[in-house]
Write a protein that binds this ligand. Structure first.
Ligand code: NAG
Ligand code: NAG
Ligand code: NAG
Ligand code: NAG
Ligand code: NAG
Ligand code: NAG
Length: 357
């Protein structure tokens, strides 16, 4: 009986302890949830970054990052990573497990980025501004900028190596860039405008300052005329001021689409180095004029050569006659000389002189 009682009470007791334990557990879990989960979900800041929750800005970079942080907070609207050592931007570099971020500004300057893989910016459907300036891009996937339907500003200043210029042109053909408003490509040694068309974007500003553009052909100029609202900045390019530049020259004077037109200078030819393109005269870039001049010189040369040949031929054909003629002249000269000689002899005879007196 006593044993039974004990068993009963012990079972009772253990039930009691268990239920207390359960309650305590639940309570503890709730506290943990309440205290920790907000910290993890909302206030966690990636390692080596500073976070400003109010402005939605996360700033990273102390020169050691070799990867984009994988835990960018969901509330981030501006993400800045600067001075890192990131060689490749991989597919979906800014998503965690396929969750989209509401980020609008992504700034990645001075990170030594060499390659952008396809769909690197996946999961950023709200992105407005992407700054990839001051990197060393050698390889840019044709699908690098896919999935950025809201992108309005793309900065690639001092970033594209000459070997990647053609790839850049392909990457920028992405239909998803249809809202692109401002494209900055300063300091990239570009030799031509790296856009195959203008009408797929909504471009208002195209910056091509400090590149290696020598000339812009009539085809590009025709397309520029059609983009009335577009402004193109072109100073610090080595323009070749020959007649190839004619269409561009008139576009510069006519269209007022180039706000820095006054500072475009000729680099070539030597005689026109340093002259503002705008200050050239129409005939300096007139191909017709240049061609006419060349043609007229050639024509003059031909005429002179022809005259020379005719003259030589006449001489050759008449060589018999000329000989005779020369002989005649010699003969005539001799006769003349004899006459003079005779007269001289007469004049110098003193007797004859006395008779005359
Ligand atoms: C960048 O990281 C690579 C390894 O990913 C390393 O070999 C290289 O030395 C680093 N460069 C700098 C400047 O830190
Ligand atoms: C992401 O997915 C992997 C498996 O695919 C999983 O182990 C991990 O916990 C997930 N991370 C997050 C933050 O959801
Ligand atoms: C280049 O990009 C930066 C953004 O990083 C921008 O502020 C600047 O105006 C751009 N243009 C030139 C010509 O440097
Ligand atoms: C032009 O770009 C080159 C790099 O391509 C840079 O070294 C130079 O400082 C730039 N010049 C100006 C005036 O910005
Ligand atoms: C500009 O000219 C280049 C070379 O002539 C050409 O490949 C490109 O398609 C042209 N782009 C536009 C927008 O006219
Ligand atoms: C505009 O350009 C055309 C050549 O395309 C030229 O004939 C015309 O004179 C220019 N107009 C002005 C105002 O410069």
């Amino acid at each position: 009986m006593r044993g039974k009682m004990w068993i009963f009470s012990s079972a009772d007791h253990s039930k009691y302890v268990l239920s207390i334990w359960n309650q305590w557990c639940l309570y503890y879990a709730a506290v943990v949830c309440l205290l920790l989960s907000p910290i993890r979900a909302e206030d966690a800041c990636p390692y080596s970054c500073t976070c400003a929750r109010d402005s939605g800005t996360v700033t990273c970079g102390d020169g050691e990052d070799t990867e984009v942080p994988g835990d960018i907070p969901e509330w981030t609207s501006t993400f800045i990573l600067k001075g890192g050592n990131i060689s490749t931007l991989q597919r979906g570099a800014f998503t965690t497990n396929g969750t989209e971020l509401e980020m609008t500004t992504l700034s990645l300057p001075f990170n030594g980025i060499q390659a952008i893989e396809p769909y690197a910016f996946l999961g950023l459907p709200r992105l407005h501004l992407l700054d990839l300036s001051h990197n060393q891009l050698e390889s840019i996937s044709a699908r690098a900028f896919h999935g950025l339907p809201e992108l309005r500003s793309l900065f690639l200043n001092h970033s594209v190596l000459p070997c990647a210029a053609a790839q850049l042109s392909n990457a920028l053909s992405a239909q998803s860039l249809r809202n692109l408003h401002r494209l900055e490509l300063a300091g990239n040694k570009l030799k031509s405008i790296p856009l195959s068309r203008f009408d797929i974007y909504n471009l208002h500003v195209l910056v091509l300052i400090n590149n290696s553009i020598e000339s812009i052909g009539w085809e590009n100029v025709t397309n520029l005329y059609q983009q009335r609202r577009m402004r193109v900045y072109l100073s610090l390019n080595p323009f070749r001021c020959t007649c190839e530049l004619e269409a561009f020259y008139y576009w510069l004077k006519n269209s007022s689409q180039c706000p820095d037109a006054g500072s475009l200078l000729c680099r070539e030819p030597e005689a026109r180095r340093g002259i503002p393109v705008e200050k050239l005269r129409g005939e300096d870039v007139d191909c017709m004029n240049e061609n006419l001049e060349a043609v007229s010189y050639v024509f003059l040369g031909l005429v002179l050569a022809l005259i020379g040949v005719v003259f030589l031929m006449v001489l050759y054909l008449n060589r018999g006659g000329i000989k005779r003629w020369l002989n005649n002249i010699r003969e005539a000269c001799r006769d003349q000389m004899e006459v003079y000689h005779y007269r001289y002899e007469q004049d110098s005879d003193p007797r004859l002189a006395n008779v005359a007196v």
